[in-house]
Ligand binder design. Structure first.
Ligand code: SF4
Length: 503
């Protein structure tokens, strides 16, 4: 039984909530009556409520994020209908800004902003029978030298099975209008010596997978170098993830990045657009020359695994411009290129473009753009599928060489768009396509639409797929293709038909 329950719905079991642990760490004398319970968005909300009620809590704090807002809304409704005496406190980015596009209205309190201290103070007031009259608690930014750090509240199970999220700073000096982090312009750092001690404790407990949630890891180079040195002094294997800005890689940082062994360092490099006019419109800093130079360095002189990203639907950006961005980015790097669809997050200033550019967004999380003046709804739908197939075929790395057949004459966007349209016409879905089926579809497209000979493509796709040594090749690559085709022309039966035809 716990008086205070801190809970949320994580996107996956392997994710752990650093936010809940920050609140828990700062509960002072109330900590012994508190407990963290985490669910995933695939959990049944009814079961989650049942589990929380079993604790007979007085206060339930729940974290609302873009990936779980619907589940949180349902959770609040159920809990308030069956146990209205429980005080619900909702926090997290989805609760922190208006409008709330998911109904959280039955929540008793909203903690808006950083809850590390504000949640404790609210609980204290409730315990003292002096609860605030205002439902909305405006939490000021905390002094990071005064708050307790959350790391010891990662359990042994977390250490064994989940990513461990760590945070050495809060805030971002940049102003990209679609991004919530742009609201918190002053970068606040956690004392590096204290932070490194915590990292060491986690390391000693066996953590080998660290995800830094700092928005711009390479802003303060001296600090970045010290983090790099910390990990470089350790025995691999380990895995570290940093988010970086593409234009700040001085030589001291480069020298360190070069030393990381394969599969140990992942860098998420935000690009979003390479069109100077568009980046200007959304107040995003862009220096193409530096991006080119640094991506070239990271790609060719380091073993770091890179993710770069582009956004579809930015105000004023046509698909022609997006296509040029993709072509240009592909010419700079062969790493994963994540294609995101613009989202309108409450609290950001991206909505100032709504009228000018005819921006229409979904009112449901994750609030994707539906259309704008330059990209009608039907095209936006096509681009969502493009992004999904791009992930399956290009980013998956399963078709490293074969996929390049789609990109004739450096026309990455045009080539992949045609393929994306074709494959969707075959599958009518972007989900639940097995690797074997995907391989066969890609093979058929390259052979039939691009007129590449089977004899040329077969060894290339075979080599692509056998990058994973234990992988079993799909049938059409295992046997003589003609034989396979003959076999495939036979009427096919699903399992039920086979059972019925067995006698
Ligand atoms: S997109 Fe990245 S650089 Fe821009 S404000 Fe957000 S965190 Fe900062």
């Amino acid at each position: 039984m716990s008086d205070i329950i801190l809970c949320t719905f994580n996107a996956r079991y392997t994710h752990s909530s650093i936010g809940l642990r920050c609140l828990f760490a700062n509960l002072k004398e109330l900590q012994e009556s508190a407990k963290i319970i985490e669910f995933t968005i695939n959990s049944s909300v009814e079961d989650a409520v049942e589990q929380v009620l079993r604790e007979n809590p007085k206060i339930v704090g729940i974290g609302a994020y873009i990936w779980n807002a619907v589940e949180v809304g349902d959770f609040i409704k159920i809990i308030k209908s069956v146990a209205p005496h429980i005080i619900i406190v909702t926090g997290g980015p989805e609760a922190s800004y208006f409008p709330h596009r998911v109904d959280f209205s039955l929540s008793d309190y909203f903690v808006q902003g950083e809850g590390d201290v504000a949640f404790y103070e609210l609980c204290r007031d409730i315990y003292d029978e002096n609860p605030p009259k205002n439902k909305i608690i405006k939490a000021p930014m905390v002094d990071l030298s005064q708050v307790k750090l959350p790391y010891r509240y990662y359990s042994d199970e977390d250490v064994a099975h989940r990513y461990i999220y760590v945070e050495a700073s809060r805030g971002c000096p940049y102003s990209c209008e679609f991004c919530l982090s742009s609201l918190d312009k002053k970068v606040r750092n956690i004392d590096i010596d204290i932070f490194l001690k915590e990292l060491q404790i986690l390391w000693d407990r066996g953590v080998r997978s660290f995800k830094f949630i700092d928005r711009t890891f390479n802003q303060g180079i001296e600090r970045a170098n010290r983090f790099m040195d910390f990990f470089l002094s350790k025995e691999p294997p380990y895995f570290i993830h940093f988010e970086v800005v593409p234009d700040n890689f001085p030589s001291s940082l480069k020298e360190r990045i070069k030393q990381f062994p394969p599969a140990s360092l992942q860098l998420e490099v935000g690009i979003q657009t390479l069109n100077p006019e568009i980046s200007n419109t959304i107040y995003r800093k862009l220096n193409i020359e530096k991006i080119q130079r640094n991506l070239n360095f990271l790609d060719n002189e380091t073993k770091a695994h890179l993710h770069v990203d582009l956004i579809v639907g930015l105000p004023g950006e046509s698909l022609e411009s997006f296509g040029k961005n993709l072509d240009m980015l592909y010419s700079m790097t062969k790493c994963e290129i994540q294609i995101g669809i613009l989202k309108k997050l409450s609290g950001t200033t991206i909505d100032r473009h709504d009228k000018i550019y005819g921006m229409i967004y979904s009112s449901k999380p994750p609030y994707d753009i539906l259309q704008n003046d330059l990209i009608p709804y039907e095209m936006m739908q096509k681009m969502k599928r493009f992004a999904r197939f791009w992930d399956l075929v290009y980013n998956s790395g399963n078709f490293k060489k074969s996929v390049t057949y789609l990109f004739a004459e450096g026309k990455i966007y045009d080539g992949f768009f045609a393929f994306s349209e074709w494959i969707f016409a075959q599958t009518l879905s972007t989900w639940q396509i097995s690797l074997d089926r995907l391989a066969k579809l890609l093979f058929d497209y390259i052979v039939n639409a691009l007129h590449v000979s089977k004899d040329e493509l077969k060894p290339i796709m075979t080599k692509d797929l056998l990058v994973v040594e234990t992988r079993k090749l799909p049938k059409f690559l295992r046997y003589d293709t003609k034989e396979t085709e003959k076999k495939e022309k036979r009427p096919s039966f699903n399992k039920r038909q086979l059972k019925h035809s067995a006698h």
